[in-house]
Design a protein around this ligand. Sequence first.
Ligand code: GDP
Ligand code: MG
Length: 163
Amino acid sequence: MLPLVALVGRPNVGKSTLFNALTRTRDALVHDQPGVTRDRNYGVCRPEGQRPFAVVDTGGIAGEEEGLAGATARQSRAAAEEADLVLFIVDGREGPSALDDDILRWLRKADRPTMLVVNKTDGIDARAAQAEFARYGFSDVIAISSSHRVGIDTLLEEVEKRL
Ligand code: GDP
Ligand code: MG
């Protein structure tokens, strides 16, 4: 069985865009409307010269515990709990939000190996964006742009080290 990497984060941070960049498909629904991906979506990433791994895109974690949003949040947690590595995706343009704080809290409980991935750093100061999340206390942080495919190779190297 392939090792499994879970993409976890609040809606609209670019999880599905990253999923597509990693799996080189357009299977994941990317949408301007937050919370579009509802079910878990699995794919395979086959980096050149690297062991392949499975990747799971999750619906955004909307914070609400009721209805569809609640079901989506549970899916995301389940995906994180079964993963060998969690990529906690945040939005480098918006900085930390209350929802990110919530996700961080349950990720700590899930206690899986986790890297903080600061996305959407195209056209902004990536270091400054990264620094905004310093209080989250991650030693493993990487800045990327999923839509511009910047930092993806570095991300893949870091993932390989941890699988
Ligand atoms: P998800 O809800 O976390 O799956 O987010 P999506 O992948 O659906 O992306 C939400 C929005 O952010 C879409 O409009 C994407 O085009 C945009 N987006 C995703 N990644 C990036 C990025 O690296 N840079 C910029 N500027 N926009 C991005
Ligand atoms: Mg999505």
